[in-house]
Design a protein around this ligand. Structure first.
Ligand code: FE2
Length: 485
């Protein structure tokens, strides 16, 4: 029984793995209730031990290399070492193995994928040294074919621009992506000229180290709209990814693409890659950022494919849900909370820790944004019975069970709550195999209303971690006067 750990990054996590079975996996923040908690905590360790006692640990990166890079970047090395951290939660007596940061990302993708061979792209802000890496995998073996190193980093460029726009770096990159739909990519060439001295994807070179942001930058047009800047940042990133994926298709033997690292959370870019048809098939593990590397580091260590049964791997709420009563509430126009089964491992609520409501009508989006204390422009995602997805959405992929792709909504007037300003929707398709309870709710809703879609958003308020336990759910119900099932 092996315990994979990520910590001292921006989202600590753990995964317990037995041979090819992922027994349990969870995020620290769900227990400590501190959003993006970087440290492990005893409540999480206690729950892990209810499943089993690990016999060894794999850590998701190499601390010495990371410290060297931090020194090079002018940062101080970690005061708390991984061993100190493990001592704090009583895990210091176990043998510990270290795996490279990008190797953990690549392995989280490959060994959970349905593929027997693949070309793997990893793009993030920064780990040890690598910022972009390309891997080839066949059978149980992965080999690195290419890497770009710090301080040249597409992820750091995106994060620096997130901060430039007044958003929180390393957290609100998804808001930049959402803003992009409101703007025109007028400044792509200016950004490329200003920030890049070489552009030949996958190769590139930055003119400046963007680790501490780029607040010094002033666009030549002093009246440039922030939405146009966001659109230009997004477009330049999409160009880089698409050109890189094209070179991968030429240079590797596989027809299957795996995309991992924090940049793989960019569902607009993911859809452009999927729709391009450069590769026949694409797999993005539903937790492609650092937290998912708790699974990846173990897989990189054992070099063994894992049985992927879905992302429902965390705290188990074992209750009977009264589907009819829940749908009664939805039909009466209420927002309903659903907290049942095992918590999602990954950033998206996929029906086990979700807020649901009728997606039809102009008031759905503003009402939910008010409840969640979010910016009014931000859209919500639709969960749809899989067999009806094509009727309502122009899907870039056949199935999208983890909300990783955006699709053009065919009926935006009918579904304003789940359409962005450019009529795109981040669709979750739901089959019996994906999530039987959520499926039965959607079926009952469809039977009564003729609409196979519900608005689905995470069960939290902006800035808070997702509800994890039943106690959290009851607190949420009492605080916000929303019925919890
Ligand atoms: Fe990373």
């Amino acid at each position: 029984m092996i315990l994979g750990i990520t910590a001292q990054n921006h989202d600590a996590s753990m995964a317990l793995i037995d041979g090819d079975r992922i027994v349990w996996a969870a995020h620290s923040e769900r227990y400590s209730r501190l959003k993006n908690d970087t440290m492990l905590n005893m409540d999480m360790v206690r729950e892990m031990r209810e499943y089993s006692e690990p016999t060894e640990i794999v850590w998701f990166e190499k601390p010495l290399q990371k410290d060297l890079r931090r020194l090079y970047a002018g940062q101080s090395p970690w005061i708390v070492s991984p061993r100190d951290q493990l001592r704090l939660v009583g895990l210091n007596s176990l043998p510990i193995n270290y795996v490279g940061h990008h190797q953990s990302h690549a392995a989280a993708g490959y060994y959970t994928s349905p593929f027997e061979d693949a070309a793997i792209l990893v793009v993030d802000a920064i780990g040890e040294w690598d910022t972009v890496s390309i891997w080839e995998a066949r059978g149980d073996k992965m080999s690195k074919r290419y890497s770009r190193r710090y301080p040249d980093s597409i992820g750091l460029f995106y994060t620096a621009m997130t901060q430039w726009l007044g958003l929180k770096p390393n957290e609100e990159e998804y808001i930049l992506m959402g803003m992009a739909a409101y703007g025109q990519p007028k400044y792509v060439e200016e950004l490329r000229e200003t920030f890049f001295s070489k552009w030949a994807p996958p190769d590139f070179k930055l003119r400046h180290n963007l680790h501490r942001g780029c607040k010094w930058w002033e666009p030549t047009d002093s009246n440039a709209s922030k939405f146009d800047i966001a659109a230009s940042v997004q477009k330049l990133t999409e160009e880089y990814l698409l050109e890189t994926v094209l070179t991968m298709r030429y240079n590797t033997g596989s027809r299957n693409l795996i995309f991992m690292g924090g940049v793989a959370l960019n569902c607009v870019a993911n859809s452009i890659i999927a729709r391009s048809g450069i590769f026949d098939d694409i797999w993005i593990m539903p937790n492609p950022g650092d937290a998912g590397s708790a699974i990846g580091c173990v897989a990189a260590h054992t070099q063994q494919h894992l049985k992927w049964e879905g992302p429902y791997l965390g705290t188990d709420i074992k209750r009977e849900v009264n589907v009819k009563a829940l749908v009664d509430d939805l039909e009466a126009g209420h927002v309903v909370a659903l907290a049942n089964g095992r918590a999602e491992f990954g950033p998206r609520a996929l029906g086990n820790r979700s807020l649901l409501c009728d997606p039809r009508g102009a008031d759905a989006k503003p009402r939910m944004n008010t409840i969640k204390k979010r910016e009014q422009f931000r859209p919500f995602a639709p969960a749809v019975l899989a067999e009806h997805a094509d009727t309502y959405f122009d899907m870039p992929v056949k199935d999208s069970p983890y909300m990783q792709f955006v699709a053009r909504c065919r009926l935006p007037e009918m579904l304003p709550g789940v359409c962005h300003v450019d009529n795109s929707s981040r669709v979750q398709t739901v089959t019996e195999r994906d999530n039987p309870l959520f499926r039965s709710i959607l079926e009952e809703w469809n039977k009564r209303t003729g609409c196979p879609i519900l608005m689905n958003t995470s069960l939290n308020i902006k800035g808070e971690p997702l509800v994890n336990s039943w106690d959290d759910a009851i607190r949420f119900q009492n605080l916000h006067n929303i019925p919890v099932y």
